[in-house]
Design a protein around this ligand. Structure first.
Ligand code: DAH
Length: 391
């Protein structure tokens, strides 16, 4: 039975309290039944409409009808009830508005996303160790590093050990101690990148990006007594504009053997063996005179083209890697110049007692030839579609 406002028969405070209580209980019951916006509107009308709302009724039936001596008491209750009812009506209306917003969100499909987020949160709290893991793609050796490792391992098998040195080097190690005196024209062949603002620093201490791995020859002889046999893989820089065969950053592998009675025959035998191990036992080697300040005599070594086999042609086509000559220039080498030993003489390298050979080759160039890649830039652009082919 819905609540209706009854006339009061008894105006005692206890009876007034009871009537007020009944009204408030009905208010709560009806508020709880409101589910939708239209319900909310009906609820408001029923309780606060000027015409015949419950509040109007208690005003008429309780207050106006009260005898004079009870008016004060009734008036107080009615006032209080009006406040309570209006607050409750506003609350219910707000609640309806929230419900309406939620409904709209549901219609817009947001609701599914809210549910999904909630589920994801719950799942992340749980751990199912029987689920397959998330596979992470494995990296692979870069083709240049792979080539360097291969070259190094050929020499390791001959008893050579590996040495490394800094990429930012001093003028002393990069040039002076390798017998490039200040202002020597051979320095011009090295297109050096210097660190800026060092005019006030003495020349031999000035910093530069090493242009070759040869400075590590000196660094190693300073700390290791002869005999030594070392290879030095590493990064070098030159002020060369990038093109298909040049890069301002590239890689070299240096070699140095120092002992008593090392001869040019040792150099030839060692390098010939190394080239056969790297490119196949069919390759032949050839030497022609050259110049490097730190070796005397100096040579360039050629290997027969392992692309065309030395014939200069691939079928009817001209062989491009060897420019149809059948030979590929692969490294620089020579007998260590006695002037170089002079810089480390007090470390046991007396040029009268010992001798040595050295060589240096470009690892990127070997990788280009080995893999038939026609642009060195591809090695350094980091495009996984290219790099993946070597994995
Ligand atoms: N450092 C030389 C260069 O970068 C290469 C080289 C030539 C290294 C002869 C050597 C050598 O050790 O003996 O051009």
């Amino acid at each position: 039975m819905a609540y209706t406002v009854q006339k009061l028969k008894d105006y005692s405070p206890a009876a007034l309290d009871k009537a007020a209580e009944k009204l408030l209980a009905a208010l709560e019951k009806e508020a709880a039944e409101v589910k939708t916006e239209p319900d909310g509107k009906a609820f408001r009308d029923r309780w606060v409409a000027r015409k015949n709302g419950v509040l109007t009724q208690i005003n008429d039936l309780w207050l106006k009808a009260a005898p004079k001596d009870a008016k004060r008491e009734v008036g107080q209750r009615v006032n209080e009830l009006m406040g309570r009812v209006e607050t409750r009506v506003t609350e219910v209306e707000l609640q309806c508005r929230d419900l309406a917003i939620l409904k709209k969100a549901r219609e817009a499909g947001l609701d599914a996303r809210i549910d999904e987020a909630r589920r994801a949160l719950e799942l992340s709290d749980r751990l199912d160790i029987t689920l397959p893991g998330i596979p992470r793609p494995l990296g692979a050796e870069h083709p240049v590093i792979k080539t360097m490792n291969e070259i190094v391992s050929v020499f390791r098998n001959l008893g050579y050990s590996v040495q490394e040195g800094p990429v930012i080097e001093t003028d002393y190690y990069n040039f002076e101690a390798l017998n490039f005196p200040p202002n020597h024209p051979a320095r011009d062949t090295q297109d050096t990148l210097f660190i800026a603002n060092q005019e006030a620093t003495p020349l031999r201490e000035r910093l530069l990006l090493r242009t070759h791995t040869s400075p590590v020859q000196i660094r190693t002889m300073e700390k290791m007594k002869p005999p030594i046999r070392i290879v030095i893989p590493g990064k070098v820089h030159r002020n060369d504009p990038p093109d298909a065969s040049h890069s301002p950053m590239f890689h070299q592998i240096e070699g140095l053997a120092v002992d008593t009675n090392i001869t040019f025959g040792d150099l030839k035998g060692t390098l010939d063996h190394a080239m056969k191990a790297l490119f196949g036992s069919n390759v032949k080697t050839s030497f022609r005179p050259s110049f490097f300040p730190f070796t005397e005599p100096s040579a360039e070594m050629m290997v027969t083209c392992f692309i065309c086999g030395g014939g200069g042609k691939r079928g009817a086509e001209p062989c491009r890697p060897c420019k149809q000559t059948g030979w590929i220039e692969i490294l620089g080498c020579g007998m260590v110049d006695p002037n170089v030993f002079e810089f480390v003489k007090d470390k046991g390298y007396d040029p009268k007692k010992i001798s040595g050979f050295a060589f240096g080759m470009g690892a990127d160039r070997v990788a280009l030839l080995k893999y038939g890649v026609d642009d060195i830039q591809l090695f350094f652009q980091g495009d996984v579609r290219f790099l993946r082919q070597f994995a």
